[in-house]
Design a protein around this ligand. Structure first.
Ligand code: SF4
Length: 60
């Protein structure tokens, strides 16, 4: 299955229920061009921003 860009995007919020898992796009809260629950998989997205920089800790 194709990996969705949403999986590695910092704008995504994962919503888990007992039966399902949804990917909510937080850009949808401020920009109507983005669906709240984008149809998966997303392979191209202008709003994509890779996660990670905030998670990385640099050693001084
Ligand atoms: S900005 Fe695009 S890639 Fe990121 S969560 Fe929203 S739809 Fe997915």
């Amino acid at each position: 299955m194709t990996q969705s860009l949403c999986e590695s995007c910092q704008n995504v919020r994962e919503i888990c229920t007992a039966r399902s898992r949804f990917l909510l796009c937080e850009l949808s809260l401020t920009n109507a061009d983005y669906p709240k629950y984008p149809p998966q998989p997303i392979v191209r997205c202008d709003g994509y921003q890779p996660k990670g920089k905030a998670d990385e800790q640099e050693k001084a």
